[in-house]
Ligand binder design. Structure first.
Ligand code: ZN
Length: 204
């Protein structure tokens, strides 16, 4: 199983990190070892002083596909989820400065929080899903898939040009505005529409 992540897929988030608007989606991969086991607390790794949360809508691929055209993308996933792409922002900044790959900042153990899965059929329009992240009960990120620069089906089409998609692969579709740092004893929860999808406790 692989985790394919999209960077800078929401306009406001681009402005926040003062990045340039990309001409193509930014794509990176987390290894399967990045998945935070269910019910497990997240321990801030010692190589970073700035782990940021990025709440993201997820889709789970249900069959093998390569060079998938956008209009056929809906038949490649039945389940939608919500997760966190934990990012060691200080490490990422150093790597970015040197033009080096992001894996150490993005793919470390526990950096992929994957909540529960809901059937896509439950939702009227996958391109209009609201979601949010709460930290200690307070909303810190709020987004809607209608604000994506590249919609879910376009993302599936795009990434499948480079990576064969396989059953069980997960796509993290990018984060909206409001990313921020976590601290020991924080308690995060993710909400998709009206449903709580995950909770995570942060340990130091
Ligand atoms: Zn992300």
């Amino acid at each position: 199983m692989k985790i394919i992540c999209i960077g800078r897929n929401y306009t406001e988030h681009i402005e926040e990190l003062s990045n340039e608007r990309p001409t193509d989606p930014i794509v990176f991969i987390k290894p399967d070892s990045a998945v935070l086991p269910k019910e497990q607390d997240f321990y801030i790794p010692e190589f970073t002083n700035a782990v940021h949360y990025e709440v993201e809508v997820l889709v789970k691929i249900k069959k093998v596909g390569k060079h998938i055209a956008s209009q056929f993308a809906p038949s490649y996933y039945d389940e939608v989820g919500l997760g966190i792409d934990f990012t060691a922002r200080d490490v990422q900044s150093q790597l970015k400065e040197k033009g080096l790959p992001w894996e150490k900042a993005k793919g470390f153990d526990g950096s992929a929080v994957i909540g529960k899965w809901l059937p896509k059929a439950k939702f009227e329009d996958i391109n209009e899903l609201s979601f949010e992240l709460r930290k200690n009960g307070e909303t810190v990120q709020k987004g809607n898939t209608k604000l994506m620069l590249w919609k879910i089906d376009e993302l599936i089409s795009y990434v499948s040009k480079f990576f064969m998609l396989k059953k069980g692969d997960i796509i993290f579709t990018g984060t909206p505005a409001g990313v921020g740092k976590i601290s020991t004893n924080d308690y995060l929860s993710g909400i998709l529409e009206d449903e709580e999808m995950f909770t995570v406790k942060i340990k130091g």
